[in-house]
Design a protein around this ligand. Structure first.
Ligand SMILES: [Zn+2]
Length: 216
């Protein structure tokens, strides 16, 4: 029991620390646009859904679950698709066993309005899709960072390299790899992983295919 309390206290502290470092600025006041109609048969998750600038999200997730306390998070409100979260937890456990400390989920599911705010705030539009076109709307995309490692430094970090090499084993692909910008429309994002399931992820990894190429 004592161990459990210690673990919980440790997790809570980690959340506090991460929350402090990445405290988001207060959202600006704005009039939200009408969100796209949400389909009613969202329970069936399409793990291969292609969402990009040319393909708006079609169908919204029905299996969203809180990511915390299953995995360390930037803030406790983050949710993910249930199956993707299971896979993420397994991946984080495996990473820890390999000595990759400090991984946490920085962003998961986003609403249309949340994406709109992020899109309007981000100066570099090569790093963010407009609202309605973000993979984060599916609940299948996970932005993964490591404590003490900046976003830009993720790719060169031990943790980032481990993720790039091993994520496929857990059903995730590095969604916006280096050298694929002409196809994905998005610059290299070493932190953005997308759950598509182990079989598909293995095929993408072994053949160096991004999702657009895989689905062609
Ligand atoms: Zn992302």
């Amino acid at each position: 029991m004592k161990k459990l309390f210690a673990a919980l206290a440790g997790a809570a502290l980690a959340v506090l620390l991460v929350g402090r470092i990445f405290a988001a600025p207060a959202p600006a006041a704005y009039a939200p646009p009408p969100a796209p109609a949400q389909t009613s048969d969202a329970a069936e998750t399409d793990f291969l859904a292609l969402v990009n600038a040319a393909h708006p999200v079609d169908g919204w997730p029905g299996q969203l679950v809180p990511a915390y306390p299953a995995v360390p998070v930037r803030e406790t409100g983050i949710t993910l698709d249930a199956e993707a979260l299971d896979a993420l937890k397994t991946m984080f456990d495996a990473a820890k066993q390999d000595g990759m400390e400090g991984l946490y989920l920085s962003s998961g599911y986003r609403t249309y309005d949340e994406q709109k705010q992020i899109y309007e705030r981000e100066r570099d539009k090569s790093l963010v899709q407009p609202p309605g076109h973000s993979e984060h709307h599916t609940g299948l995309a996970a932005d993964i960072l490591a404590l003490g490692v900046g976003m830009d430094a993720m790719g060169g970090s031990r943790q980032g390299r481990w993720l790039a090499q091993n994520a496929w084993r857990f059903g995730f692909i590095l969604r916006y790899p280096e050298g694929k910008r002409a196809v994905t429309g998005i610059a290299y994002e070493p932190w953005h992983f997308r759950y598509i399931g182990p079989e598909h992820a293995r095929h993408c990894y072994e053949n160096n295919l991004c999702l657009e190429e895989y689905l062609q």
